[in-house]
Design a protein around this ligand. Sequence first.
Ligand SMILES: [Zn+2]
Length: 163
Amino acid sequence: KLQKTGIESLKQVTKRYARKQNRWVKNRFLNRPGPSVPPVYGLEVSDVSKWEESVLEPALEIVQSFIQGHKPLAAPVKMPCNEMENKRSYHMCDLCDRIIIGDREWAAHIKSKSHLHQLKKRRRLDSDAVTAIENQSISPDCDKELKEKGSPEQNEKELKSSV
Ligand SMILES: [Zn+2]
């Protein structure tokens, strides 16, 4: 019984891992092709009885061509691309202090772990600064400075409340 459940859970995690890998390849290589991205080839794997002819042989052919430095028979997989997007657009990320070229790369950047990390860091710093200012506002001089720096809306509210 233990062996049976072991095999089942192994199959389950392998499937999950394969799905995750597919998603990663799709997001990283197919959605954002570029000079540093290798070509990706699709193989028909659904019929296991045709494994040799539809998976093994084409895969070997692709690898062989790569080693010998010529184009394989199969064409690489391409994602349908949006004509509207600008591949050379210039984006400056002030948070990360980085320049990102291309709309798609930019969209990927603002969702990336490193960018979100910077965003979190910035927010934490901002909230610390707010707390520091709030603590300072006990002194009347700082209060005056705050009013001057605040948005017009805030100033209005503060004026009303002081009247
Ligand atoms: Zn960023």
